[in-house]
Design a binder for this molecule. Structure first.
Ligand code: COA
Length: 372
């Protein structure tokens, strides 16, 4: 029988990576050796994406070329637009992206792997277009042009969502969350992508599987669940009492806890700061104190800390993003980490096929069907 220690592969090292450290003593969260706080304070998401995908920080001219390349890859093929129009208006948007990338694999197949950097960049550039085309078609009845002049993925996303260029405060805040969400070592969706890649399958298949894994509330879906939680309370006092009751009922509090971090999630500091700034900006006096109250109860009662998803929820809410688009934003960012891992897996591939302890019945005698 699987031991407590190996349940869910907790504590098991399942491979080696050059891309990221998570919770390593003295290193915290790093991308290619760069501290997440340096990246959040100084980099753009495109710089972080280049770093993850190419292994080094871009020079100014490399960054300019990269931004231009991403901008030129935002267009949607007509066949994909038709598919997006056919997906129901009430479909979960994660399913839209899952279907979208899978369909793209049919009309823009990867072929051999010599083009993998371009496929990664195409997916990074096209996800916001795909999501927003479907969203605006079904909510506003318009077929939007997904090719905007915005240089950044964050600006492009918000421009398509709100039909106008975003305020810099919003663009920058979204950009920072994209950096924070970009990569996280062998998390469930990335590991799923590596397992699929290990069979020598194509990038679209690996990313389709990764989206399926990220969709669940124990992983990426937690940011939407966190929003649902904090929206229930109209004061810090109500949040404290409500969460205490939920804990007494043994409910999971979404946006708390982590498989690898034990005392804090370094991304939370940055998201919390942005949440406060955006709450002040919109003059919302409820959600931030409610969030802080939940954080205090969780630490006092369970020694559980907010993970990256908890304050990301209010950050997105304050910039007018509908809750059901929160987890798809994670996809628009994490595609960089997934693609980096897919390429790393391919560079030194070994089929991923672990063993299981058998805990079923002992060898049985065959029973003819009339005797059962
Ligand atoms: N709310 C309430 N209790 C929680 C909790 C949460 N968010 N996270 C963990 N716990 C409790 C568990 O119930 C368990 O208690 P027990 O020992 O009495 O059974 C204990 O803490 C250990 O949790 P466990 O589920 O075994 O840890 P894990 O490593 O398997 O799970 C998560 C990690 C992230 C899946 C888990 O913390 C969780 O479900 N969090 C909520 C979802 C979330 O925010 N996901 C995004 C992750 S970035």
């Amino acid at each position: 029988m699987a031991t407590k220690k190996t349940g869910g592969l907790a504590g098991v090292t399942a491979g080696a990576t050059h891309i990221c450290t998570v919770g390593k003593e003295g290193a915290g969260l790093t991308y290619r050796g760069y501290d997440i706080y340096d990246l959040a304070d100084n980099a753009s998401f495109e710089e972080a994406a280049f770093l993850l995908l190419h292994g080094h920080l871009p020079t100014q001219s490399e960054l300019d070329d990269y931004i231009a390349k991403l901008k030129s890859n935002r267009g949607l093929p007509d066949a994909l637009k038709n598919v997006l129009e056919m997906i129901p208006a009430d479909a979960p948007p994660m399913d839209v992206l899952r279907t979208g990338v899978s369909f793209l694999g049919n009309i823009e197949p990867e072929g051999d792997f010599s083009n993998q950097q371009n496929v990664a960049d195409r997916l990074l550039a096209i996800f916001p277009s795909m999501l927003m085309y479907w969203h605006r078609y079904h909510t506003d009845g318009v077929k939007i042009d997904t090719e905007t002049d915005d240089d950044s993925v964050a600006g492009h996303f918000l421009h398509l969502l709100h039909d106008e260029a975003p305020r810099e405060l919003h663009r920058k805040s979204l950009d920072t969350t994209l950096i924070l969400y970009a990569e996280h070592e062998f998390n469930a969706s990335t590991f799923a992508a590596r397992v699929i890649t290990g069979t020598l399958s194509d990038m679209h298949s690996a990313v389709t599987g990764a989206i399926g894994a990220l969709r669940g509330p124990l992983h990426g879906g937690a940011n939407e669940a966190a929003m649902a939680l904090i929206s229930k309370f109209d004061s810090a006092e109500a949040a404290t009492a409500g969460v205490q009751q939920m804990l007494a009922n043994k409910d999971l509090i979404m946006g708390f806890g982590h498989r690898v971090y034990t005392t804090s999630d370094p991304r939370n500091v940055v998201n919390k700061r942005m949440s406060k700034m955006l709450a002040d900006d919109v003059g919302n006096r409820i959600l931030y104190p409610v969030s802080e109250a939940v954080e205090t109860v969780m630490w006092d009662e369970k020694k559980l800390f907010a993970n990256a998803d908890f304050f990301a929820a209010s950050v997105y809410h304050f910039m007018g993003i509908p809750t059901y688009l929160f987890t798809p934003i994670f996809v628009c960012s994490r595609i960089t980490g997934w693609a980096a891992h897919i390429m790393e897996q391919r560079a030194d591939n070994k089929l991923i096929r672990p063993a299981a302890d058998y805990i079923g019945p002992s060898l049985q005698e065959w029973i003819p069907i009339d005797n059962r």
